[in-house]
Design a protein around this ligand. Structure first.
Ligand code: MSP
Length: 481
């Protein structure tokens, strides 16, 4: 049986989830639902990145232990994903005993392989990024060197550290990119290639007196593992027989970790490498960067409550071009909700329910070949793990069917009780059922009222199925004024 292993980054539990983390997770959930619906054995992994200096500092500021902090925020993340109806198969936390044991074992093997050595690290550390920068990468400001992302002063540090021989994998990495041109799907491959022309070894431990909240190095308990080395291994430690990942979804800010460090770590122990890496852009809110100080941080749960879970998914997946930066605009969000979810899809349900209840229907199939073709295309793209192609298919071929059915009704005017009215209604009830099943990964809540959980695989085998409305008044989504 075909399988699909999908991952999101594991989030830092130093703050509650926001629109950015919801964006990545929602796209992954949509992907998982598509694959399940067409009958793949699907495994969708998400979770939390709980170690490191950032968490340690946040806990200290709050006057609590790191574990208390991550436990409380883990509950909020899980509740948020539940409220957004995210159907992950496993939620990994890097403080899980199994994960910790796995990381230690992995490090031990890499050491035995000869890819880890002890040395001194000199560099500039940004706590916000949990990483060191070289001078070249920083902004040279009059106050000193600043992190290019956080625009905050970085700290210069010289510390004893274990190193991973990342530089050893330079040629192998370049070779891998060349042989697998589809690996970095979005994101700048040339930039990644350039960035490794002077690939340096990676510092992968911190002395305990500097950071204590982490996994101890198995061969030296005075050092803890660098949080990125620990975090990246979540995809492997929790892979539950689905290795390798087929679709890894990340934000563009963490592309380097996933495109360079991550494959090199796997190469060290000869693991099969992940298939495809999709990095998305950053979201702004009403054209401004999301930030606590601006007070424009959007809580995805509140948004879903005010509008609907489906509106949030629909907007993020179909209105933000994957890979590009995008803007979340409150006005366009409301317009999309009222005009597309209610105006097109919801309205079609309502029209058909009324027609069915007043006029009835004859069993007539609507464009069977059209649905066959769409499903074949979807399967083809899914087989290539072509997430961008899948999203494109939804935008260009699947969603337009809703308007096509509305237009067909307008043209045929079955409410005028013509001779063919029942046939027209039958065709529309048939088309509406099929299109609702196809749309279910995108807008699972509204469509469930129609499909009752039928899958794309099931309609592939039998499209002769009709929506039988249970009342003459269907309100799939409530209007927001
Ligand atoms: N813990 C690391 C990931 C380790 S994966 C082995 C991390 N965590 S994070 O919580 O800071 O960010 C997780 C993801 O959220 C990133 O992919 C990041 O791009 C995404 N987003 C955070 N803010 C965002 C926006 N404003 N817009 C879109 N996504 C952004 O990095």
């Amino acid at each position: 049986m075909k399988k699909c292993y999908i991952t999101t980054p594991i989030y830092y539990p130093n703050a509650e989830p926001h629109l950015g983390s919801a964006y990545t997770t929602i796209i992954a959930d949509f992907t998982a639902r598509v694959y399940r619906s067409i009958g793949y054995k699907t495994y969708f992994l998400t979770g939390l990145d709980e170690h490191g200096e950032k968490i340690e500092r946040t806990a200290k500021e709050k006057g609590i232990k790191p574990k208390e902090l991550v436990d409380s925020i883990a509950l909020i993340f899980k509740k948020t994903w539940q409220e957004l109806d995210i159907t992950y198969d496993h939620f990994i936390r890097t403080t899980d005993e199994e994960h910790k044991a796995f990381v230690k074992e992995f490090l031990q093997k890499v050491k035995e392989k000869g890819d880890i050595y002890y040395g001194n690290y000199e560099g500039y550390y940004c706590v916000g990024c949990e990483r060191y920068y070289t001078e070249k990468e920083l902004i040279n400001d009059k106050d000193g060197f600043k992190c290019p992302l956080h625009l905050k002063l970085v700290e210069k540090k010289i510390i004893p550290s274990y190193f991973f021989k990342l530089s050893k994998y330079k040629e192998k990495l370049l070779n891998f990119y060349d042989k697998n041109p589809g690996f970095i799907v979005t994101g700048n491959l040339e930039q990644i290639k350039n960035s490794i022309t002077e690939l340096k070894d990676l510092s992968i431990s911190r002395p305990k007196e500097q950071v204590s909240w982490g996994i101890e190095m198995p061969f030296d308990n005075s050092h803890v593992t660098y949080v990125w080395f620990d975090a990246l291994l979540n995809y492997l430690s929790a892979s539950k027989g689905f290795w390798p990942p087929d679709i890894q979804i990340i934000g563009k800010d963490i592309l380097w970790f996933h495109a360079v460090i991550w494959p090199a770590m796997l190469m060290s122990l000869n693991y099969e490498l992940p298939r495809k890496l999709f990095s998305h852009g950053f979201l702004t809110v009403n054209a401004q960067k999301m930030s606590k100080s601006l007070g424009n941080v959007i809580n995805p749960v509140e948004l879903a409550k005010e509008y609907s879970v489906d509106t949030l998914r629909y907007y993020l997946i179909t209105k933000i071009a994957f890979g590009d930066d995008g803007d979340f605009s409150t006005k366009s969000f409301k317009d999309v909700h009222n005009n597309e979810l209610i105006g097109s899809y919801g309205n079609l349900a309502n029209r058909l329910a009324k027609l069915y209840n007043t006029i009835g229907f004859d069993q007539e199939i609507y464009k069977k070949e059209k649905f066959d073709k769409i499903i074949n295309e979807l399967e083809l793209k899914a087989g290539n793990y072509d997430l961008l192609g899948i999203i494109k298919l939804y935008n260009e071929k699947i969603l337009p069917v809703v308007d096509e059915i509305n237009a067909y009704l307008n043209k045929e005017e079955p409410w005028k009780k013509k001779e063919n009215s029942k046939k027209v209604i039958g065709k529309c009830l048939n088309a509406f059922f099929n299109i609702s099943v196809l749309l279910s990964p995108l807008i699972p809540h509204g469509t469930y009222k129609i499909t009752k959980g039928k899958t794309i695989k099931e309609i592939k085998e039998n499209k002769e199925i009709y929506w039988i409305p249970e009342s003459d008044n269907y309100v799939l989504y409530k209007k927001v004024e």
